[in-house]
Design a protein around this ligand. Sequence first.
Ligand SMILES: *Cc1c(COP(=O)(O)O)cnc(C)c1O
Length: 418
Amino acid sequence: MADTKKRGFRTTLSHTGRNSKHEHGFVNPPLSRGSTVLVPTVAERQALQAKARLGQRALTYGTGGSETHWALEDMMAAVEGGTRCYVVCTGLAAVTTPLLAWLKAGDHCLMPDHVYGPARNFCDGLLKRYGVETTYYRPDIDEAGIAALMRPNTTVVYTESPGSHTFEVQDVPAIARAAHAGGATFEVQDVPAIARAAHAHGAKVLMDNTWGIHHFQPFQHGVDVSIQAATKYAAGHSDILIGTITVNNDADWMTLHATARTLGQYASPDDCWLTLRGMRTMAVRLQAQMEAAIHVGHWLRQQPEVAQVLHPALPGAPGHEIWKRDFTGACSLFGVEFKPEFSPASTHKFVDALELFGIGASWGGYESLAVPTTGFITRAAGSGNFAGPIVRMHIGLEDVEDLTADLRQGLDVMRKSI
Ligand SMILES: *Cc1c(COP(=O)(O)O)cnc(C)c1O
C-alpha cells in the first residue's frame, strides 16, 4: 500500500518501497524474477488465488507482479498521492489500458486536441473499430464547454496538461467538475436513484500527468486515474520503457486491476527495479532540470529569432496563470516558436547544427534533446495554430552555459539558411 504518512517529496523518494530490515541490511530491495511461484500446499495456493481475485497482493504467478513491482507501485502511488498503482510495460500501455477499462462499445470519449499522438491513434483506430466514439476538444476549454460536449454515454474525459508538444495548460479542476456533473443528466425525480446513477454513470477523468509528475497532484484536482510515462523522469536515463496507472479508491482499483490482468499487462522486474532506482534521485534531477529549462527559456526569449517560449513556468507564457494556480513545479520539456520569417525547413537546419542536443523522441533523461514538431502533429479541433515553426526542447543535466552557446551557434546556422 502507498505510504500514507505526510512526508516531503525527497523523503518519500528516499524511503518508499524498501525495508532494509527485511532485506538482510541491504539498502535496496532485491530483484524478484519469475513466472512460476511454488507454494507448500494446494490450500495455500487457493487462498492466495482468492486474495489475488480481490485485487490484493498475493504471489500466485509472475503476471500478478512480485515484490519488485509492488515496491515501484508504492513509490509512484506516493509520488502522485493515490492509493494504488499498476505498472505496465510502456507509457503508451498506461494510456491505452485505462481507456479500455473505462470505455466499452457505444461509449463516447472526450480527448484534448493536443493529446500525445499515439493516444490519438488509439482512439481513431482501435477504439473506433470497437465502437467507441471520440470527440476532440480544444485544450483551453472551460467548464461550460466540457459540460456542453458531455453526452449521456460519455464515460471518459481525458486530459493532458500541459500538452507535450505545444504545452497548452488545461484547467483540469474545471474540466473535472464538468465531467463529474455530466453523468447526472438523467431527468429522474428519485433523488437516491439520481445519486446512484450519477455514481454509476458519471464520467471518469483520466489524465496523462507525465509532464507534471508530482508537481501536479492529480487527485487533489478531481482526476480519477493518473497516467505516467515513467519512461521519462522516473526512469530518468533514457534506457527503460515503463508506464504506471494510479487510482485513488478501491472501486477504481478493481476496475483497473481486472482490465490490466485480463490484458496480460506486465512490466519486466528488471525495468521496475531500475525505475525505482532512478526515482531515488528524481527530485534533485527534476529540480536541476527545471532550473536549467527556465534559465534556457529566459535566454531563448532574448534571442531575436524567437517569437515565444512555450514553457508554462515562464511569466507571461501561455498557460502560466493556470500553471501557477495548480502546479508546484515544472519539468524541463518545452517548445520554442520561431518568428514566421523562419521556415520549418530552416528549423531543421538549426536542430541539425546543434552538437549537445540529440535528435530523438522521448524526454526526461539526463541529456538534452531537440525535435522540430511543426508538420508532425495532428489537430482536429482547430487548436495549436502558431504563426511560426516550433521546435520541442528537452533540457538535460549539462552545464547551461554550454547549452546556450550551442543554441546560439545553431541559431546562427538557421539565420544564414534563409
Ligand atoms: C512518452 C510519452 C508517453 C508514452 O510513453 P512510452 O513509454 O514512450 O510509451 C505517453 N504520454 C506522454 C505525454 C509522453 O511524453
